[in-house]
Write a protein that binds this ligand. Structure first.
Ligand SMILES: Nc1nc2c(ncn2[C@@H]2O[C@H](COP(=O)(O)OP(=O)(O)OP(=O)(O)O)[C@@H](O)[C@H]2O)c(=O)[nH]1
Length: 412
C-alpha cells in the first residue's frame, strides 16, 4: 500500500510525504504552524510586582459594575433573551445528585451531538456517497477518500488508517457508503478513545481549583457557565472568579452565569490585577468551604508573550495558597479556528501546564475532525465538547458518540 499512501502528498505538493518518526508511528509529521498575527489592539495590563491584596480586600460586587450601557447585565440578558431564549433551568440551590443518564436522556444528547456535528458529518458522508457508488474498491477511490478525510482536518494518520483498513479487507470488492462510514467511525473512535477522559473532581481538594485558559472568544466564559450548571446539578458548591478583568462585559457575563447556576461570583472592577483577584478568590472559596472554584482568565493569543507571562503569574499566585492548585487547567479551543488550534495546544500547554481540553463551537464548522488530529498529536484528555451556546450543551466527552455522530452512523 506504499503507493497509495503517497497519493495525497504527491497530488498536493508533487512530493513524497515525510515518514513519521519510527519511535512514535501514530504522531503526525506536522510542521510548526505559523503563529496567528499579533493582536495589536489587545489591551496589555501591567503586571505589578506588589504582592496580591490580602483577603479582606475582596470585592464581591453584587450590583452591576461600572461600564457602558451595552455591557450591563440587563442589556446582556435582554439581548440573550432575544437571540437565544433562556433555557429552563432547574432550581439553583443545592440540587440533589443526579442518577446515571437514562436511555432517552442519553439518546437526546446523541441527537443534539449529531445535530451539532451535522456540518462536519454532511461534508464527510456527502463525499463518501459520491465516491462509493457500487463500484469495486480501487486505488483511485482510496485516494479520493483520503483527500476528503484530510480536508475534514482528521489528520493524515487517521486518514491513512481508514484507507488501509478498507484496502486490507475490501480491495477489488464492492463496497457501500454505509460500510465506509462504519470503518470511519471505528477508526475515529479508536483515535479518540485514549483521550476521552472525564474531568474528575477530587472531593479531597477544597476547593478543587479549575483554571480556564484560551484565546479570545474561544468560549471560556460560556464553558464556565455550562460547567457551573453541571457541578450545581451534582450538588457541589461552586465559586466563580471573574479573572477576565480586561472586559467589563466578561465580568458581567460571568455574574449572569453565577446567578443562573447559583454560584457565587468573585469580581473586581474592570482593569484590576487578575492575579490579585485569583488570590482573593482562592481565599474566599477556601473560607466558604466551596467544592469547586473555577477561575476565568482574559483571552490571549498564544503568541503574545507578555500576556502568557501574566497567565504564569496567576498560576504562581494560586500556588501560594495551595501548592497543588490549579488542580485542572482547561484549554478551550474554538473548533472553527482549524489547524491553528494545534498551535494553541502546544503553547498553552507549555506555558500554562494545560491538563485537559474543551473543544467549543463544533456546531459552527464542517471541519470538526480537527479534534481527532489534536488528540493524536498532543494526547491531552478531552473532557467536554461544545455543540451549542445553551447551558445544557455540555456532556462528558464520549469517543464513540463523537465518532458515530461525525461519521453519520446510528446511535448505539
Ligand atoms: N455555536 C456555539 N457558540 C459558542 C459555543 N461556546 C461558546 N460560544 C459562543 O462564542 C462566543 C464567545 O464565547 P465566550 O464564552 O464569551 O468566549 P471567551 O473565551 O470567554 O471570550 P473572551 O472573554 O473574549 O476571551 C459567545 O458568543 C458564545 O455564545 C459553542 O459550543 N457553540
Amino acid at each position: 500500500m506504499t503507493e497509495k499512501k503517497s497519493g495525497f502528498w504527491r497530488r498536493l505538493f508533487g512530493v513524497e510525504e515525510a515518514s513519521p518518526a519510527p519511535s512514535d508511528p501514530t504522531r503526525e509529521a506536522h510542521e510548526p504552524l505559523p503563529m496567528a498575527p499579533a493582536d495589536a489592539d489587545a489591551p496589555t495590563e501591567p503586571v505589578p510586582d506588589a504582592p496580591p491584596a490580602p483577603a479582606d480586600h475582596v470585592q464581591i460586587q453584587d450590583g452591576p459594575l461600572a461600564g457602558p450601557p451595552e455591557a450591563s447585565i440587563d442589556f446582556i440578558e435582554d439581548l440573550e433573551a432575544e437571540t437565544h431564549p433562556a433555557p429552563t433551568l432547574p432550581p439553583v440551590v443545592a440540587p440533589a445528585p443526579q442518577p446515571a443518564a437514562e436511555p432517552d436522556k442519553k439518546l437526546g444528547w446523541f441527537q443534539r451531538l449529531a445535530t451539532g456535528l451535522k456540518r462536519s458529518s454532511d461534508q464527510l458522508t456527502g463525499g463518501i456517497a459520491a465516491i462509493f457508488t457500487k463500484r469495486k474498491l480501487d486505488q483511485g477511490m482510496l485516494d479520493e477518500l483520503e483527500d476528503i478525510l484530510i480536508q475534514a482536518d482528521l489528520g493524515l494518520d487517521t486518514a491513512s488508517r481508514v484507507t488501509d483498513a478498507l484496502a486490507e479487507s475490501r480491495f477489488d470488492r464492492e463496497i457501500s457508503p454505509d460500510e465506509v462510514r462504519a470503518v470511519l467511525a471505528a477508526e475515529v473512535a479508536r483515535a479518540l478513545e485514549p483521550v476521552a477522559l472525564p474531568l474528575v473532581i477530587d472531593a479531597g481538594k477544597k476547593p478543587f481549583v479549575i483554571l480556564m485558559v484560551g484565546v479570545n472568544g474561544s468560549g471560556k466564559t460560556t464553558t464556565i457557565g455550562k460547567l457551573s450548571q453541571l457541578f450545581a446539578r451534582e450538588g457541589r458548591k461552586v465559586v466563580l472568579a471573574a479573572g477576565d478583568t480586561f472586559r467589563a462585559a466578561a465580568i458581567e457575563q460571568l455574574q449572569v452565569w453565577g446567578r443562573r447556576t447559583g454560584a457565587e461570583v468573585i469580581a473586581r472592577a474592570p482593569g484590576s490585577d487578575a492575579s490579585g483577584l485569583a488570590y482573593d478568590a482562592m481565599e474566599k472559596a477556601r473560607a466558604d468551604g466551596a467544592d469547586v472554584l473555577v477561575i476565568d482568565t482574559a483571552g490571549r493569543l498564544q503568541n503574545r508573550d507578555e500576556l502568557m507571562a501574566e497567565l504564569e503569574k496567576i498560576i504562581r499566585v494560586i500556588k501560594k495558597i495551595d501548592p497543588e492548585a490549579p488542580h485542572a487547567t482547561l484549554l478551550t479551543l474554538d473548533a472553527t479556528t482549524g489547524q491553528n488550534a494545534l498551535n494553541q495546544v502546544e503553547i498553552f500547554g507549555r506555558r500554562a501546564g494545560v491538563t485537559g481540553l474543551v473543544m467549543t463551537k463544533l456546531d459552527g464548522t464542517a471541519r470538526g475532525g480537527i479534534l481527532v488530529a489534536i488528540a493524536q498529536k498532543h494526547r491531552l484528555p478531552v473532557h467536554f465538547i461544545g455543540v451549542g451556546e445553551g447551558v445544557d450543551n455540555i456532556e462528558p466527552f464520549s469517543a464513540e458518540d463523537f465518532a458515530r455522530a461525525i461519521a453519520g452512523t446510528a446511535a448505539r
